[in-house]
Ligand binder design. Structure first.
Ligand SMILES: Cc1cc2nc3c(=O)[nH]c(=O)nc-3n(C[C@H](O)[C@H](O)[C@H](O)COP(=O)(O)O)c2cc1C
Length: 196
């Protein structure tokens, strides 16, 4: 079991952008492209890593043994270490059946201390902006004392997308800027709480 607590105060925050859909095609690609472009266009004092669930072949929960790497599939170890290496997260989450997507929730459930006391912001999408998925995420994050940011970006299938393509506008850009600033601020402020 690993816990990444070796951060020094002058290090840039390491933030993970987690893409929570594994469908093909998926709206998530367009949302993630927007986030990538936004990050390229702005000089945020942070290191960003994209964690695309499509790149991880994760097992169901039955394989999980948090105390041992023995028999753990390589992708599960890679997923754990990738999450462990991040100090905060931006979750890009669709809403399926009025909830967080099952595969995404399983990926979350597979880990443990790697989430502990880390901040998270949300970009969600769906018929009503994915609001119900985010509500569920917030509840699921309580056991690990994750710091969920109140402001969230809701993208509406009908108004913000043309088919699977996000129609980016100034309001989106402004909201993302604010959300990333808050994620950065909270990640730095909560560093002492993640030290052993
Ligand atoms: C299995 C499934 C269930 C869905 N359920 C909901 C839902 O409850 N509420 C909603 O707003 N959209 C729902 N949708 C529509 C999604 O918002 C939309 O399909 C979106 O494209 C899914 O994101 P993705 O393409 O990135 O996977 C559902 C889609 C799928 C595939």
């Amino acid at each position: 079991m690993t816990e990444h607590n070796d951060t020094t105060a002058d290090q840039l925050p390491r933030l993970g952008v987690v893409i929570g859909s594994i469908r093909t095609p998926r709206k998530a690609d367009s949302v993630a492209d927007w986030v990538r472009k936004h990050l390229e266009a702005h000089d945020y004092p942070a290191e960003f890593t994209v964690l695309d669930l499509k790149d991880f072949e994760l097992p169901p929960l039955e394989h999980f043994n948090q105390h041992s790497d023995q028999h753990a599939p390589a992708d599960l170890v890679r997923w754990r270490d990738a999450v462990d290496g991040c100090e905060g997260f931006l979750f890009i989450t669709p809403e399926y059946n009025r909830a967080a997507p099952g595969y995404f929730k399983n990926a979350y459930d597979l880990l443990d201390v790697q989430w502990k006391h880390k901040p998270v912001g949300f970009i969600s999408y769906g018929g009503v902006g994915g609001a119900r998925a985010v509500d569920q995420w917030r509840v699921s994050m309580a056991p690990y004392g994750m710091y969920t940011i109140g402001q969230q970006i809701l993208l509406y299938n009908r108004y913000d997308f043309d088919s699977d393509t996000l129609q980016v506008n100034d309001r989106h850009e402004k909201s993302l800027g604010k959300l990333l600033e808050e994620l950065h601020r909270l990640t730095v402020a909560t560093r002492p709480l993640r030290q052993n």
